[in-house]
Ligand binder design. Structure first.
Ligand code: ABU
Length: 498
């Protein structure tokens, strides 16, 4: 009976072993029930409540913190309710984000990681995890096509991209670490109009300034136009700026486009620029024999962002920055804090990887990926990726066949992003133009709002450039089947009838 028990009755309390076991068993039941529900199509993806409703408290679930301890039964109820009012991102009908799915082995890895509760900064407190990170980074570098390299797992693609700009700036101007930006010329970065906002954010964070990020034009599919890049670099130089860095995206966030890396690499080479490939989303395709050619030229990058928590289905978060030049991360970031990185330790201190990073404490993000890799192998990941892209192609074909949907662009998706509008009956015969666009812009948000209230599926929308709000379906969940794709379209059409 947990209603009479409190956290003080659990370990390390004397005789606390049985109560701890019992408490965990109850918790595991809650988690297992959630996992099963997540895969059940009849269960909801979400049970939506507005922020004020959750803040006010719901049926015994309160976010407020007490002064007096609450009993274990209440804590178990709180755990159950936390999951109940959340979003089942592992549900086969959750299409809202690039990171989806609920990989059982990955989840086991995450549980173990939390149980171990250690820090990645030194070998002495994370010996196995530090070596696993080395093994994973080496494997990923090999798949990119490098013979050697460096890298680190960090908190998400934005931070990985931040590392790439940080390293590029340090590579060309190492004095920046001591003198700051004052002695530096006006640096310029280049990235495409469809790239992730993190390149601009990096420029802001690093004091380069977002106005010094040149946004290069894309073709209609969202791929950087190399000729435009070359022109922009020449213009920047003529204006007295100093170009240092080009970001090529492998799998843009909205369209899933792949920039032509080989041609961009030629341009970078001829101008002596750092080439970064943001493959946060598209990196997973390197695992597939069928699709890896979409990243041709990535081996010529100086750094690569690759997020296994996206296309490879690793639980959040798991993002790597890979760096071609060995030792640069360490040189750029080390401050040799003596309380952590003592040089006179009795083991090989090159494994105290913490000083390579911009963090101090660092979460263990590698074990779940290492375990998944053991479970699936390269081939298993490859099949997983292939299946997601097949489902995306299925969706693309279905939309093409239906008169009530319209594709944002007509060519086959390169990644698993499919972008489309739902056209309500009243708009179907209206000529295209500002009036139709104004109405169409409101359609996706209205459908999404109703969809979230119903809770049976979830998909994102956004405007982009001159395109009014459209849906972006992304498929990265291996649990998703064609029947789920059909369901999504039917649900949109059903809600969208006017
Ligand atoms: N960092 C990009 C994630 C965006 C998305 O899931 O839609």
């Amino acid at each position: 009976d947990f209603s009479c028990m409190y956290s003080k009755d659990l370990l390390p309390a004397v005789n606390g072993e049985d109560s701890t076991k019992g408490f965990f068993q109850e918790l595991v039941n809650i988690l297992l029930n959630y996992v099963s529900c997540s895969f059940r199509r009849s269960s909801k993806v979400l049970d939506f409540h507005h922020p004020h409703q959750l803040k006010e408290g719901l049926e015994g679930f309160s976010l407020e913190l007490p002064d007096q301890p609450e009993n274990l039964e209440q804590l178990l109820v709180d755990c159950r309710d936390t999951l109940k009012y959340g979003v089942k991102t592992g549900h086969p009908r959750f299409f809202n984000q690039l990171s989806t799915g609920l990989d059982v082995i990955g989840l086991a890895g995450e549980w173990l990681t939390s149980t171990a509760n250690t820090n990645m900064f030194t070998y002495e407190v994370a010996p196995v995890f530090v070596l696993m990170e080395e093994v994973l980074l080496r494997k990923m570098q090999g798949i990119v096509g490098w013979e050697e390299g460096d890298g680190v797992f960090c908190p998400g693609g934005t931070i990985s991209n931040l590392y790439s700009v940080l390293l590029a700036r340090y590579y060309f101007f190492p004095e920046v670490n001591t003198k700051g930006m004052t002695d530096l010329p006006r640096l310029t970065l280049f990235t495409s109009a469809h790239s992730h906002y993190s390149v601009k954010k990096s420029a802001t964070v690093l004091g380069i300034g977002s106005e010094n990020v040149v946004v290069v034009k894309c073709d209609e599919r969202g791929r950087m136009i190399p000729g435009e890049l070359e022109k922009s670099i020449i213009t920047a130089k003529n204006e007295g700026c100093v170009p240092i860095y080009v970001n090529a995206t492998a799998g843009t966030t909205v369209f899933g486009a792949f920039d032509p890396i080989k041609v961009i690499a030629d341009i970078c080479e001829s101008h002596g620029l750092w080439l970064h490939v943001d493959a946060a989303w598209g990196g997973g395709l390197l695992m597939s024999k069928k699709h890896r050619m979409k990243l041709q030229g990535i081996e010529r990058a100086w750094s690569v962002t690759w997020n296994p928590h996206k296309m490879m289905g690793t639980p959040l978060q798991c993002s790597a920055i890979l760096v071609k030049k060995k030792g640069l991360l360490q040189k750029c970031n080390q401050l040799c804090a003596e309380y952590l990185f003592q040089p006179d330790k009795h083991y090989d201190t090159s494994y105290d990887t913490g000083d390579k990073t911009i963090q101090c404490g660092r979460h263990v993000d590698v074990f779940k990926l290492w375990l998944m890799w053991k479970a699936k192998g390269l081939e298993g990941f490859g099949s997983q990726v292939n299946k997601c892209l097949e489902n995306a192609e299925y969706l693309f074909t279905k939309i093409k066949q239906r008169p009530d949907f319209e594709l944002v662009f007509n060519s086959k998706p390169e990644h698993s992003n499919v972008c489309f509008w739902y056209i309500p009956p009243s708009l179907r015969n209206m000529p295209s133009g500002p009036c139709r666009n104004r109405i169409l812009h409101q359609v996706a948000p209205k459908i999404k709002a109703q969809m979230m209230e119903n809770g049976m599926t979830m998909i994102g929308y956004q405007p982009l450039g001159d395109k009014v709000n459209f849906f972006r379906c992304v498929i990265s969940n291996p649990a998703t089947q064609t029947e789920d794709v059909d369901y999504l379209l039917e649900e949109i059409a059903r809600i969208g009838q006017d």
